[in-house]
Design a protein around this ligand. Structure first.
Ligand code: 1YM
Length: 637
């Protein structure tokens, strides 16, 4: 029974046409990230159904040919006719922009996030999308093609067990839109699905890959984010046994916090609102942080663990070595901040403070042995802070830009306009010479560092600050560090790591990235950190030297030479093998170089990987390297 589509349906199609014209406005990018965003949109609807208390299991299937199927066991999308659109609710939801919110029945809508735009956008950007609804003993079905055009009205195609309810959606992204790739990445899907399972205690999410040999993983965490903390602390040596797990609800806002201290000196705090990460923090995080500092100070002085003449713990002191996840569910979240990932609702601050402080205080009182270990950790941090302050003053006094380290000296640029300036961090002396000669002295500075800088994953701030290489980096950047960090003082718009294209070079780059990640995260977030791409091969013939970045370019270049040409290929071991002109042309000059911007796609994943790569334990590192062949994908290095 096909329908004649009237003018109102044409309007609807125009709506979806807008999505196809400007997909970036709805899903951010049409690259790999945007492609996966489609999956999140559909899963979000299933998660909403789980949060409303109707669904307990979600299945995500990567089909052969890279279609995606999402199935849940919720109520199933309503199958009646919508009084406004005169079409089935299913069709309305899948062909009207923002229909999900308008037609849905309240509750916690996860679609409050960055591009929370719903199922119709997925439909608009798919070459095929099929919806099946299991309800009333029937299977209802509707299919859309080429960007959301229904092939028929919603119809019953079969019967099913009368107790079965739920929704199943299969879609195939349109290659006309996703020109870069239409292939789904198992690891990206897995990482977010696992996170969603942690954030939604008890919910079962199954991921199945049917493309090659069938692969299947089931994620279900009855202890929710506590189990996330266990995972994050796995390679960090926890200092007390119990994961502190706080759950509470007030004014329809629910809060969950899980935390555990470890031996490291870093703080890993991740917060979420309605399952969406809030890297800029906000009122939920502020409330919990404030309560953490207050409760620990109160406990320490009451228990006489903090001496009368000692300064109270600062926020940084009590956050040293903490792994903490904060997750709230809010019916009406407001997002602020530069990237709209900061929770703004002011009422949340005191609710989070109250729920967390009451429960945390009770934990400390009921578990004095563990409390003591935590307070001891805070005390050492506080004492180290005093020592670090002294070391910092030393950095400042040394000050100015008369900056040297054992290995050499900052060769600054002449421009003082930070927005134009770049600094190349170069390993070793053999490369520093050509870099200095090859640079454009007006806006390019060069700072040589000695081979392996300190591994900050294994050192506390005071030791970090007493390291010469690191001090020279901090001083050169100009921003200060820790509580004094001020990005407006950054002296270079681009900080470029220039290391050899070999294993040692990669190691030094990882050490530098670890340092930036732990102490200058905003510089990564704001896109100031880059890696230079020195060439890997030199092809010499006659008097010509040609440099290429990788094997693919090498082969392409060799193919372009006439068959008679006699050439020689050198695999470049170090930057120092190039003279100044070559280094300029291949790696430094703005017109001819290739820079890779370092991004933090997934901070939690990075947090999982860095301790593994840089920490004390050898065995997990060996295993990781074996499993991943050092492919730190999510850092996009
Ligand atoms: C695989 C994707 O979309 N599940 C899903 C969606 C809905 C419901 C249940 C649902 C919601 C409500 C009432 C309500 C949606 N319904 C709508 C709308 N899975 C998937 N499961 N009954 C069922 O919110 O009141 C939008 S989404 F608008 F039709 F109610």
């Amino acid at each position: 029974m096909t329908n004649e589509y009237d003018s109102s349906s044409i309007q609807v199609l125009e709506g979806l046409e807008a999505v196809r014209k400007r997909p970036g406005m709805y899903i951010g990018t049409t690259g790999e990230r945007g492609l996966h965003h489609l999956v999140w949109e559909i899963i979000d609807n299933s998660i909403d159904e789980a949060l409303a208390g109707y669904a307990s299991a979600i299945e995500v299937i990567i089909e052969k040919g890279n279609a995606i199927t999402v199935i849940d066991n919720g109520r199933g999308i309503p199958v009646g006719i919508n009084s406004k659109t005169k079409k089935s609710t299913v069709e309305t939801v899948y062909t009207t922009l923002h229909a999900g919110g308008k037609f849905g029945g309240g509750g916690y809508k996860v679609s409050g996030g960055l591009h929370g735009v719903g199922a119709s956008v997925v439909n608009a950007l798919s070459e095929k999308l099929e919806v099946k609804i299991y309800k009333n003993g029937n299977i209802y079905y509707q299919k859309f093609i080429n960007g959301g055009n229904p092939t028929k009205d919603l119809e019953i195609i079969d019967e099913c067990d009368k107790n079965r309810t739920g929704t199943s959606v299969t879609f195939k992204p349109d290659p006309l839109i996703f020109t870069e790739t239409t292939i789904f990445n198992y690891d990206i899907l897995k990482s977010r699905i696992r996170e969603l399972a942690f954030l939604n205690r008890g919910l079962t999410i199954t991921l199945i890959d049917r493309r090659d040999d069938e692969k299947k993983e089931i994620f279900k965490y009855d202890n929710g984010i506590s189990e996330y903390v266990v995972l994050l602390n796995k390679n960090k040596n926890p200092i007390h046994e119990t994961i502190i797990d706080v759950v509470g609800i007030q004014d329809n806002i629910s809060l969950e916090v899980a935390l555990q201290y470890n031996e490291s000196y870093n703080s890993s705090i991740y917060s979420f609102v309605n399952n969406i990460t809030t890297p800029e923090g906000g009122t939920h995080e502020e409330g919990v942080r404030r309560a953490l500092t207050r409760v620990l100070n109160k406990y320490a002085s009451t228990a006489n663990l903090l001496k009368q003449n000692e300064e109270p713990f600062s926020g940084d002191d009590v956050r040293e070595g903490i792994t903490m996840i904060i997750s709230i569910k809010h019916p009406n979240p407001q997002f602020d901040g530069q990237t709209k990932t900061k929770l703004g609702n002011t009422e949340v601050r005191s609710i989070a403070d109250k729920i967390f402080s009451e429960n945390f205080e009770r934990f400390l009182l009921e578990n004095p042995d563990q409390a003591k270990k935590i307070i001891e950790k805070n005390l050492t941090a506080a004492r180290a802070r005093v020592a670090a302050k002294k070391a910092r003053e030393l950095t400042r006094r040394k000050g100015g830009l008369e900056l040297t380290n054992q290995w050499g000296k900052l060769t600054d640029c002449s421009s003082k306009d930070a927005s134009l300036c770049e600094i190349f961090i170069v390993e070793g002396d053999s490369a520093a010479g050509p870099a200095k000669q090859g640079r454009n002295s007006e806006f390019q500075a060069v700072l040589p560092i000695r081979g392996k800088i300190l591994n900050v994953e294994k050192a506390r701030l005071d030791k970090v600050l007493s390291n010469e290489e690191i001090r020279s980096l901090i001083t050169a950047f100009g921003t200060g560090i820790g509580e004094e960090f001020d990005i407006s003082k950054l002296r270079y718009n681009k900080i470029i790591i220039m290391t050899d294209a070999d294993v040692d070079g990669a190691h030094i780059r990882t050490l530098l990235l670890t340092f930036f990640y732990r102490y200058f995260k905003p510089l990564i977030e704001k896109g100031h950190i880059y890696a230079a791409q020195p060439p890997l091969f030199k092809i010499s013939y006659g008097k010509t030297n040609k440099y290429v970045l990788n094997e693919q370019e090498l082969n392409e270049y060799l193919d372009s030479l006439s068959p008679e040409t006699k050439y020689e290929i050198t695999r470049m071991k170090g930057l120092g093998e190039m003279d100044a002109r070559e280094l300029r042309e291949t790696t430094m000059h703005v017109d001819s170089r290739i820079l890779v911007k370092i991004t933090l796609e997934d901070a939690i994943l990075a947090d999982e990987i860095f301790p593994l790569l840089m920490g004390e334990e050898v065995e997990p590192r060996r295993k990781f390297i074996e499993d991943n062949a050092l492919n730190v994908k999510n850092l996009d290095v």
